[in-house]
Design a protein around this ligand. Structure first.
Ligand code: GDP
Length: 298
């Protein structure tokens, strides 16, 4: 919880700072509710969550006095209520194995690091993990994933730079099946500048996977960088169209004051949130605990 708190320190300071001094000794009125709503919006929680929290506050306390402490408690409770329904850990349940987890997201969002963190996570639970270097577009991406595989001691399937990602994934599923691997985690290209190409590439990967196992990919996890704030939300929009997202992992919650975007994502999209990233190391992935997060940020 200490490290989690550390991860949300700036977000918490921002939200708390924005809510400080909003309520006075007067009774809760519309002007104060406006201010609360504005404070939530500028804290990156988004208009929908802000309106919802405002409505709750109004319903509970309109025309009555409210202390700053009570205000923050109500905000925390409502944030938890928004987050609880989307908290869903990524579990290895596929039968037959391997469970194929496609990891998508724009370059720089923390995709490769998140794959390493997930691999480490599953290893800790004694699952056999294999990686597939499906981002064949960037030479650095293959090398970076291979370095992680080395450090983690997990096998990796890779092809030549510029090769066909679908063929890498095909080889990966074959190898994982032969070796009795529990989960194959697949890196993919994140070239959102060329949406059509990316869509075709992901569709081809899906097609090839589906031919090997109609249930694959079992998960399509979108990695989002919290420091992008509201732009992270438009990435959800695009990737939903391009790839059919089944869940989210938000990264870089350490060192940003924009962690409120997690609440905005939950309220606006309702997609499962699997975990959060709070650092660059392999053990910097945290389970998504909605009550803890709500308590920490508000
Ligand atoms: P990719 O291009 O999406 O594969 O992104 P990378 O995994 O290479 O990450 C881009 C940069 O963000 C790297 O310097 C990572 O170390 C860093 N990074 C990834 N996740 C986190 C995180 O949770 N917190 C912080 N502070 N940095 C992160």
């Amino acid at each position: 919880s200490d490290r989690l708190f550390g991860g949300f320190r700036k977000t918490s300071e921002r939200l708390s700072g924005n809510l400080t001094g909003v309520v006075g000794t007067a009774k809760l009125d519309d002007a104060t509710l406006d201010e609360v709503e504005d404070a939530l919006i500028v804290s990156d929680l988004g208009p929908a969550a802000a309106a919802r929290i405002r409505a709750k506050l109004s319903e509970q306390r309109f025309g009555r006095e409210i202390t700053e402490r009570e205000l923050k408690e109500t905000v925390a409770e409502e944030i938890a209520a928004i987050l609880r329904p989307v908290a869903k850990p990524l579990e290895i349940v596929a039968f037959p194995r391997p469970q194929v987890i496609l990891v998508i997201g724009v370059n720089g969002s923390g995709k490769t690091t998140t794959i390493a963190k997930l691999a480490h996570w599953f290893q800790e639970d004694d699952y056999g993990v294999m990686l597939a270097a499906g981002d064949t577009f960037r030479a650095a991406a293959i090398g970076q994933l291979a370095t992680w595989a080395d450090r983690l001691g997990v096998p990796i399937v890779r092809g030549p730079q510029g090769g066909d990602p679908a063929s890498v994934v095909f080889d990966g599923v074959k190898a994982a099946t032969d070796q009795g691997i529990d989960t194959l985690i697949v890196d993919t290209a994140g070239r959102l500048q060329n949406k059509r190409e990316l869509m075709d590439e992901l569709e081809k990967i899906r097609r090839v996977l589906g031919r090997l196992n109609p249930e694959a990919p079992h998960d399509v996890v979108l990695v989002l960088d919290a420091t992008n704030g509201q732009n992270a939300l438009s990435q959800i929009e695009v990737f939903k169209q391009v790839a059919g997202v089944t869940g989210l992992i938000m990264t870089k919650l350490d060192g940003t004051a924009r962690g409120g975007v997690l609440v905005a994502a939950a309220e606006q999209y309702g997609l499962p949130i699997h975990a959060i990233g709070v650092g660059e190391q392999m053990d910097d992935l945290r389970p998504f605990d909605p009550d803890l997060v709500a308590r920490v940020i508000a």
